[in-house]
Each structure stands twice: as structure tokens, then as C-alpha cells.
Ligand binder design. Structure first.
Ligand SMILES: [Cu+2]
Length: 258
């Protein structure tokens, strides 16, 4: 008991309490774009998605969209916003033509004293516009990324996501992938901390499959150690955790009946 209390106090001193994992988040208001609704707000944050506990995300270093073979810089469109009571960012995007739009945020390194390293989560969300479905399986060539093998949209809760983890363009054998569910505005009770952040290991090709049982957003974060160091706020060279994060939306399963 006393040990728990001491640990708890230590976490308080370090700034925020880690019950579960933090995730780069890039969540649109609409998981797909149709003619009736050709625009969406994109919300960028660094949060604990299952528990809906926010952290501060300083201005991202990059924010881009890649579609129809072209990458566009959206950094200037970001507006500060309060997300889960913390610093986040929003942008609104209007879709002009069909395509599969890969939105990517590269945050500034986040110094995590509790883990003695900096964290960079390359965060990706893929949105189809006007029923297009070409190019969803294309890697973007990010330093690290999860490339979907299941089409990352048009799925029901209960479908299984399969993805492949890449680091510098090569599959990561045995990659560890953290998984969290996010349902804005809905508080869910987990039986244990293990249920808040679920964990799966990829196979020898960096491929993993995970069944998503609930409708809403599911985030996958493949975490690897970078082969470089950067300075922490105290000026010391420290390791970097680079994460490949992918967010997907699973729709409610329709009811069979008449
Ligand atoms: Cu955190």
C-alpha cells in the first residue's frame, strides 16, 4: 500500500498520471465524406483516448494531407483549440474531389520524464471522399507508419483490422502495437488498466490482426526506439520513442430484422 502511495506521489511530481498510454490523435468529425457533407473539422491532440484524459500538444511540426498522388501542407490551417481540457489544434478541410485522403500529423518531440525519453507519434487517419476507394493501401514513406491491409474504412464493429508496421521503410518483426478505443463524449469503464491499453505483437513480417468489438474510433500505436537521440528540455541527449499511429472508424453493425 505504502509503495503504491509513493509511486502515486512520484507520478504527481512528474506532471501527469499514467494509467494508460498516450496516443497522437487526429480525429475528423466525419469518418467519411459525402456530397451532402463535403467538409470536416480535424482535431489534433495528444491524449489518453480510452480514458479521455488530455495532455498538451504543442504546435505540430508537420500536418499534411496526401491524396491523388499529391501531398499538401496544412500546417498554416491549424488553430489552437482546447481538447479534453488541454492544448490541442483544429483545422477544417473541404474536399473538392473524390479520393482517399491520408492526413498525417508529426508532433514536436514530447519529453516524457517518466520514461526518460522523448516521444514522437507520427499520426495518420485515412478518410475516403465521395465513395473513392483507391490508394488506401499506399505507404506514405513516413519514418514509421502502419500500412493497413484491411481497407481502413467501411468497416463494422467486430471486423478485424490487419496492418503492417514499417520503420524506415522496412517491416518490423515482432513490433509491439498498443490499441485504444475512443468514443467522444462516452465514458467507459474498463475492468483493468490492461483493458484500457490493449497490446498485440506483430509477426515476423510486422503484420498484426486485431478485432475491434465496439463502434467508434480505434487507435493503433506501434512503438519503436529511434536510432538517434535528441536533447531533452535540460539539454541532455536522450532516446526517442517513435510511434506509428493509425486511427480507424468502425461503424455500428446494422440490425437484422424487418
Ligand atoms: Cu500521458
Amino acid at each position: 500500500m505504502q509503495k503504491t502511495a509513493t509511486l502515486f506521489f512520484a507520478f504527481l511530481l512528474l506532471g501527469h498520471i499514467e494509467a494508460a498510454a498516450h496516443f497522437g490523435m487526429l480525429i475528423p468529425d466525419a469518418p467519411r465524406i459525402t456530397g451532402e457533407n463535403p467538409a470536416t473539422t480535424l482535431t489534433l491532440s495528444f491524449s489518453h483516448p480510452f480514458e479521455q484524459v488530455g495532455m498538451d500538444l504543442s504546435r505540430p511540426e508537420k500536418f499534411t494531407v496526401t491524396a491523388n498522388g499529391k501531398t499538401t501542407n496544412l500546417l498554416e490551417t491549424l488553430q489552437p483549440a482546447t481538447i479534453l481540457a488541454h492544448q490541442g489544434w483544429q483545422s477544417s478541410y473541404t474536399f473538392n474531389r473524390p479520393g482517399v485522403y491520408h492526413f498525417v500529423m508529426e508532433p514536436a518531440p514530447y519529453w516524457e520524464a517518466a520514461e526518460d525519453l522523448s516521444i514522437i507519434h507520427y499520426t495518420k487517419t485515412i478518410i475516403p471522399a465521395f465513395a473513392d476507394d483507391v490508394g488506401w493501401d499506399q505507404p506514405l514513406g513516413l519514418p514509421t507508419e502502419i500500412v493497413p491491409l484491411l481497407r481502413p474504412f467501411g468497416n463494422y464493429a467486430g471486423n478485424s483490422f490487419t496492418g503492417q508496421v514499417f520503420l524506415h521503410g522496412k517491416p518490423v518483426a515482432g513490433a509491439e502495437v498498443e490499441v485504444e478505443f475512443y468514443h467522444p463524449g462516452q465514458h467507459l469503464e474498463a475492468p483493468s488498466d490492461h483493458h484500457i491499453t490493449q497490446l498485440i505483437k506483430a509477426d515476423g513480417q510486422g503484420i498484426f490482426t486485431f478485432t475491434c468489438p465496439l463502434p467508434g474510433w480505434w487507435g493503433f500505436a506501434a512503438l519503436n526506439e529511434a536510432d538517434y537521440t535528441i536533447k531533452n528540455p535540460a539539454g541532455e541527449e536522450k532516446g526517442v520513442e517513435i510511434g506509428a499511429v493509425l486511427w480507424l472508424y468502425f461503424d455500428e453493425t446494422p440490425k437484422i430484422g424487418r
